[in-house]
Design a protein around this ligand. Structure first.
Ligand code: ADP
Length: 444
């Protein structure tokens, strides 16, 4: 039963008592009868009133329970609002802050009490306030803005990047009452984005530098190779034709020209190889080859170098099937580089070349020496181009630090791996693993 009904019943009782009163005053003789009737009606009315009162009481109780439930909900939402990890604000349509949670106060570095009543625009750096206010005006039409990135300036503290999400609060008629704001500090995200951009830029620059470097190297070496070949060719011809006519010191001079020319040509070839490998322009010419024969022949070619330094040069193989598929010229290039380095950096003892079976699909080439060794800190850099452990010694020994870089790239192109281990003063071991067959696209 609602209040209206209850009021109607009271009205009804009043009306009836009025009627009775009227009857009593107009016909006093029926007094007794009317009195009885009046009592009866009063009793009924009272009964109805009691029922109504009971219903009202029950409704009141339900109302109290409902109010309590609403209060609990309200507190729950208040807590959610209050302790939310993001800043929440409620402003009127002029941007004046009406409500704020803790996170909002923290983000704006001001206590909540001081925050209420301030305009949000007062937290925008002065030079950006005009743009901010225009956007607020726009909000009247567009009603909400997602991910609005601006800079905010807390009362004390640094300007920071923030993202705002705004929605309009409306009354029942749809008129805007204010705005609800979600404020997020996105400094970390912005910094990460800036870092990423810087890295991408740096990457692009590095790629460009690498590209230009490869191009220069390739053009230069091409341009150098042709005249170098003719210098070499003509000096060799000169020596052959006029050997007997030349006095010994002239012979010696021409021989020096040839030696230096050959050295320069090897260097030019290395630079060319390296730039081809860098730009993926080098292709392997695959064919079946006898690995043990290749290793033995290559070692023999270098034997003179080892003998000049009184070094032992030993080849050992336990390969049952020496046939593999690879590019013989390039496998030889790898071996020449490793063995000549081993000889170059060894003064006593020797160089030991081993060929082993690793598993049915892979073989191992090992070049060990008893030379100066490589410091542990240098082992990771050793395959970098133009890297030399000690420039003064290596200059004495010749070389520019391209050999191992080429070897590493060649081995990778052959789908193999190269590793090095070394003990300073005791020697180094270079270990190359190669597949028996090179399948395109297979890395191991
Ligand atoms: P380089 O033309 O200088 O020999 P490499 O790329 O072949 O260039 O070698 C780079 C550097 O690695 C050498 O200068 C040397 O310092 C070191 N190195 C290479 N092989 C050996 C080795 N077997 N023993 C000691 N040091 C070595």
């Amino acid at each position: 039963m609602n209040l209206d009904k209850f009021g109607q019943q009271i009205e009804e009782v009043l009306h009836r008592s009025q009627l009775l009163e009227d009857c009593v005053s107009t016909s006093p003789r029926q007094h007794e009868h009317l009195l009885a009737q009046a009592f009866e009606e009063l009793r009924t009315a009272l009964e109805e009133l009691r029922v109504a009162e009971e219903e009202l009481r029950q409704q009141n109780e339900q109302l109290v329970v409902a109010r309590q439930e609403i209060e609990v909900e309200r507190l729950r939402y208040q807590e959610l609002f209050e302790f939310a990890p993001d800043g929440y604000l409620v402003t009127d349509t002029y941007g004046k802050i009406l409500e704020a949670n803790r996170a909002a106060a923290t983000v704006l570095n001001i206590s909540k009490n001081y925050l209420i009543g301030k305009t949000l625009s007062s937290f925008v750096p002065e030079e950006e306030r005009y743009a901010f206010r225009s956007q607020l005006t726009r909000l009247h039409d567009i009603e909400q803005i997602q991910e609005w990135e601006i800079r905010l300036q807390p009362r004390r503290g640094h300007i920071f990047d923030a993202s705002l999400n705004v929605t309009t609060i409306k009354d029942k008629q749809g008129q805007p009452l204010g705005w609800r704001w979600l404020v997020r500090d996105i400094t970390a995200r912005k910094q990460a984005e800036a870092k990423l951009q810087a890295i991408q830029l740096q990457n692009m620059q590095l790629q460009e530098v690498a590209r230009i470097r490869t191009q220069i190297m390739s053009v230069l070496s091409h341009e150098l190779r042709t005249p170098m070949n003719s210098i070499l060719g003509f000096s060799q011809l000169l020596l052959r034709r006029y050997y007997h006519l030349f006095p010994p010191e002239i012979r010696d001079m021409v021989e020096r020209i040839i030696k230096s020319g050959k050295h320069l040509l090897t260097l030019i070839e290395s630079i060319l190889d390296f730039s081809r490998l860098e730009s993926d322009k080098l292709e392997l010419k695959l064919q079946e080859l006898n690995l043990v024969e290749l290793v033995t022949a290559t070692t023999e070619e270098l034997r003179l170098l080892a003998e000049q330094k009184n070094l032992a040069l030993v080849v050992h193989s336990n390969l049952e099937n020496p046939r593999i598929v690879n590019d013989s010229v390039r496998v030889q290039q790898v071996l020449v580089n490793l063995i000549s380095n081993a000889i170059k950096f060894t003064e006593t003892g020797g160089v030991f070349v081993e060929v082993q079976q690793l598993n049915p699909n892979r073989v191992v080439l090992m070049v060990k020496d008893t030379g100066i060794g490589i410091p542990e800190s240098e082992l990771t850099n050793i395959f970098q181009e133009f890297w030399q452990v000690d420039r003064s010694t290596t200059r004495k020994q010749g070389g520019v630090g391209l050999g191992l870089a080429i070897v590493e790239k060649l081995v990778r192109l052959m789908k193999g791996t190269i590793t090095v281990s070394s003990n300073l003063g005791q020697g180094s071991t270079f270990r190359v693993e190669l597949p028996r067959q090179i399948c395109p696209g297979l890395t191991h």
